[in-house]
Write a protein that binds this ligand. Structure first.
Ligand code: NAD
Length: 282
């Protein structure tokens, strides 16, 4: 496993498992498979309603807690709940968390960020993250924050490599963590001829070439999979290096085009939606 160092000195694995859309049971199983396959980073969120399953997977793996880097995200309807961090830890079955994000720049996100800063000072949160805070939200956050975030989790892949945001994050050494790193199941991205060509050269799959590209770009990457073979494949990406020419060829795929378009109306809805933590044994 390769690690990167965050702007506060914390070491973080560069590849992890994301459990978005997983049932609590699927999260439990996939997390255990991943940790037994060498993963040391797991990414979940309040909104995925599988933090309890994720926590069980970590416990069942038998891997020491201090060897696993766990990230989760506060949902906007939690930003004014002063117990939001404690309740997240309780669901995960952890005493502290390595990285906690604000999931969306919705609702009272300024209050939410203060919650994270307080938990960071108390040692309950080892690093602070923001997710989907691009453009004006990132600008304002950097103006008002006391603690500069360590990580920004955003949609990022060869079709949309976050060129604009990186002009702001890179000088502040805020690491990009890529969501939809493989295009969320869109075959067009994985089937781009350049990846087939490089896969043949390096004896890898196109997905492994894309995931390696993320790491070589300096991103942290969290592909999602419930399939044990894919889970193992997605971490076996450290035994080759793409040349400058190959990186330049992949850079030509940048269309500055996202898969996911979020409207202001959706942001307003996010502020009132509440995850149903108690609806299932999650
Ligand atoms: P992804 O790009 O990782 O794609 C997942 C898809 O690729 C699935 O269909 C999976 O079956 C397939 N796949 C995985 N490994 C493969 C392989 N080796 N070969 C072929 N196909 C493979 O998209 P995702 O899972 O939606 O996102 C990854 C993670 O990003 C999530 O689990 C979550 O942690 C995070 N995320 C965060 C946000 C946010 O708002 N912060 C939004 C979306 C996702």
């Amino acid at each position: 496993m390769e690690y990167t160092t965050l702007n506060n000195g914390l070491k973080m694995p560069t590849v992890g498992l994301g459990v978005f859309t997983f049932s609590p049971e699927d999260a439990e199983q996939a997390v255990e498979v991943a940790l037994h396959s060498g993963y040391r980073l797991i990414d979940t969120a309040n909104a995925y309603v599988n933090e309890r399953g994720t926590g069980r997977g970590i416990k069942n793996s038998g891997i020491n807690r201090e060897d696993v880097f766990v990230s989760s995200k506060l949902w906007p309807s939690e930003y004014e709940n002063e117990n939001a961090v404690g309740e997240t830890l309780e669901r995960l079955g952890l005493e502290s968390i390595d990285l906690l994000f604000l999931h969306q720049p919705a609702g009272n996100w300024r209050a939410g960020y203060k919650l994270l800063e307080e938990a960071y000072k108390d040692g309950k949160v080892k690093a602070i993250g923001i997710s989907n805070f691009e453009g004006k939200y990132l600008d304002e956050l950097l103006e008002i924050c006391e603690v500069i975030p360590q990580v920004m989790q955003v949609e990022c892949h060869p079709y949309f490599p976050q060129a604009e945001s990186r002009q702001i994050t890179e000088p502040k050494d805020i690491k990009i963590m890529s969501w939809y790193p493989l295009g969320h199941g869109d075959k067009n991205l994985v089937n781009e001829p350049v990846f087939a060509k490089l896969a043949e050269k390096y004896h890898k799959t196109p997905a492994q070439i894309i995931l390696h590209w993320h790491v070589q770009m300096g991103f942290i990457v969290i592909p999602g999979s419930r399939n044990p073979e894919h889970i193992r494949e997605n971490i076996d990406i450290f035994d080759f290096v793409l040349t400058d020419d190959e990186m330049a060829e992949i850079a030509k795929l940048d269309k500055n085009e996202r898969y996911y378009h979020r409207s202001e109306k959706e942001l307003a809805q996010y502020a009132t939606w509440k995850p149903e933590y108690e609806a299932a044994a999650n």
